[in-house]
Design a protein around this ligand. Structure first.
Ligand code: PDD
Length: 319
């Protein structure tokens, strides 16, 4: 068996950022991080009885990478800390050490524009439903990969179509767990229908959010509207940043629910996530406005790009 590239069981053994900055050492292939080690991506794996694998007993984060830097990193770490607290998983290491591993992984893989994925599971234990009494050593895994900027930019310019689908998720969607089967089914239905994203609709007939994005409309009065934060949706980091930049630019946002019917008559719509902001130009085949990204969406994209230090011509887009 090949040896891992590095075995930094102790965080002190992780090479410093400065060392990497002055002399980048990128291995030939992709490198991922598993439980203390930087390993070749093809060989990365967790234990067969990892509770994340067996029960989706785990939480995750996805951060954008722009110009080799993680975007909105503190906000993602805040949310990760909240997620683990809500389901009583131990953080695998200190926040500072985690940041170091994240940045090192981006650097080692030479990702300029892309994504960093991280997942914390409750760890390994003999398979049994109740959460083990004994404190587990949580598992931390991380991957980083580049995205094709041209493909993203094309979608960002022309927009995407969404479909609506029933929201079949559990009652704590505010925790970013890896229990994503309902999201995957909805996303797959969207792709099969030739759309990019599925907007989930609750039992009251109101849109909650996208299967992996926050859902926004610009209503008939020209106001931005997105669902209020409750346990029914994920508190999106990008959503929060949009609130900050919109407030500073005197753009009103109404935190409220809306139906697919209202969304189809909206002036504009868009989706947001760690990977950026995409205009929505059609919902269930109904074209919005003139079918092109609208001015408010453009403005939000620009404001967000400026805040994240992205150049406005290279704004990222959601997966
Ligand atoms: N998804 N809502 C859901 C259900 C999500 O999964 C996501 C993120 C968002 C947007 O959150 P943020 O702005 O913090 O990325 C909203 C990530 C990208 C994913 O699952 O890949």
């Amino acid at each position: 068996m090949k040896q891992p590239l590095r075995t930094p069981r102790r965080i002190a053994r992780i090479p410093s950022l400065t060392a990497h900055r002055s002399r980048p050492r990128a291995p030939a292939g992709r490198v991922s991080y598993v439980d203390g080690c930087f390993v070749r991506h093809a060989e990365a794996g967790v234990h067969i009885e990892d509770r994340g694998l067996q029960f989706a007993d785990s939480v995750y984060e996805v951060c954008g990478v722009v110009d080799s830097r993680l975007t909105d990193e503190p906000e993602h770490l805040d949310r990760l800390e909240r997620s683990v607290r809500e389901i009583e998983i131990a953080m695998p290491m200190s926040r500072q050490a985690l940041q170091l591993v994240m940045r090192n992984l981006v650097r080692i893989n030479r990702v300029r524009s892309g994504l960093l994925y991280l997942q914390v599971t409750r760890g390994t234990a003999r398979r049994d439903h109740p959460i083990p009494q004994k404190t587990q050593r949580s598992t931390l895994i991380m991957t980083a990969h580049a995205l094709d900027p041209a493909g993203i930019e094309a979608k960002r310019q022309t927009g995407i179509a969404v479909i609506t689908a029933p929201d079949q998720r559990w009652a704590r969607c505010d925790i970013k767990t890896t229990q994503l089967l309902p999201n995957l089914l909805a996303k797959t239905a969207a792709r099969r229908a030739g759309a990019y994203e599925a907007w989930l609709v609750d039992r009251e007939g109101l849109v909650t959010e996208g299967s992996s994005t926050t859902a926004w409309i610009v209503d008939k009065d020209g106001n931005l509207a997105t669902r209020a934060l409750t346990q029914a949706i994920l508190p999106g980091v990008t959503r929060r940043i949009i609130f900050d930049v919109a407030r500073a630019a005197q753009l009103a946002i109404h935190e409220r629910s809306y139906s697919p019917g209202e969304a189809k008559k909206a002036r504009e719509a868009f989706i947001s996530s760690a990977t950026g902001i995409y205009p929505v130009t059609a919902i269930d085949g109904v074209i919005l406005g003139d079918g092109r990204p609208g001015p408010v969406t453009r403005r939000v994209q620009e404001l967000y790009a400026r805040r994240s230090g992205m150049d406005a011509g290279a704004v990222k887009g959601p997966r």
